[in-house]
Design a protein around this ligand. Sequence first.
Ligand code: CTP
Length: 403
Amino acid sequence: MSVLSGKNVLLGVTAGIAAYKSTFLVRLLVKKGADVRVVMTPSAKEFVTPLTLSTLSKNEVYSSFTNEEDDNAQWNNHVELGIWADLFIIAPATANTLSKMSQGTSDNLLVATYLSAKCPVYIAPAMDLDMYKHPSTHETFEKLESFGNILIPAAHGELASGLVGQGRMAEPEDIIDFIEKDISEKLPLKGKKILITAGPTYEAIDPVRFIGNHSSGKMGYAIAETAAQLGAKVTLISGPVSIRTENSLIHLVKVTTAQQMYDAVLQGFESCHIAILSAAVADYRPTDVASQKIKKKEGSLTIQLEKTEDILASLGTRKDRQFLVGFALETENELENAKTKLKKKNLDLIVLNSLNDTGAGFGTDTNKVTFVTRNNKVIPFEVKSKKEVANDILQHIINQLDA
Ligand code: CTP
């Protein structure tokens, strides 16, 4: 999956011959799963039509502060557009627009939006070779880079003038490659190895029966997906669940029993930076597993159980630099129990969910959690989707690692 998937991408198109390539850029961005909106300078409309760009982006195209041809003229809010964007690509960027951007001359919607945007800005210049080489252009590039804008260098080749040299806008495929690499390298969990457990464990009684629980694995899978999107190298150790992950960035290890989960976790723990144990591991398993199906008899049946290994507690005794996160599912004395578990298992964070809260717990798509941190700080959250909870957990860890 591309790092551009699900992103709000604002494409700024300025008045250069390369503007025709912006149509390909829109197509590629849409294919990558981005939501694309286009803002053009008024003169860019002479090079490529708003109709083409709005059809390809499936969104309205903006080129002036108001829709002047519309009787109910509507204000095109550059601030809103700037806030909406997760990233802003200006391609092609002419010498004129670049100069205005460096000076803050906001005499069109594109430059006003640029000045309002808080997101990363990528600039793909396009101009004739002598313009590209001019000291004033270089000064502009340097100034824009000093603002934190990211320059995608122009390519070498035949130019609209017929001359050959550097100044051609980078090809749309190369622009996308450049941006994907740049985003990936800057992801907050880049280079971090994360171990995640999810789902229930099944402890066999006989060849057809087992002791299990209602865990769906949704919380752990959401954490794994989000961690991968944030750049982490994820190993997901999952008990038997019906959900799946298609994410090729997640290394999935399927296990059935608590013992298998313990073995798999221990194997990956030493080299990991972060371990998040969200699995609902069976605390007990049958002491003896019958080799044949247990037949029904008169009277009651007693099954002798023995303790399984507490995976989280055992990681707590081994951890050195790892950030260790546990979950606590409680039905009474929630906070007190969570604090005790945090201490006893030597955790950096415990995520408490109470079965008493609506929207929390097994099988649901939502969760209501409270964080208890290593120094006993209690951070309650509202009911959120499991995806949002996953994000809260990972953001908390990122902040702690950066602190
Ligand atoms: N856990 C584990 N191995 C076990 C049992 C639990 O790694 N054998 C982990 C879970 O993944 C979770 C945390 O421990 O992150 C707490 O699980 P929970 O069932 O709430 O608590 P327990 O420690 O098992 O205590 P109790 O069941 O008595 O509440």
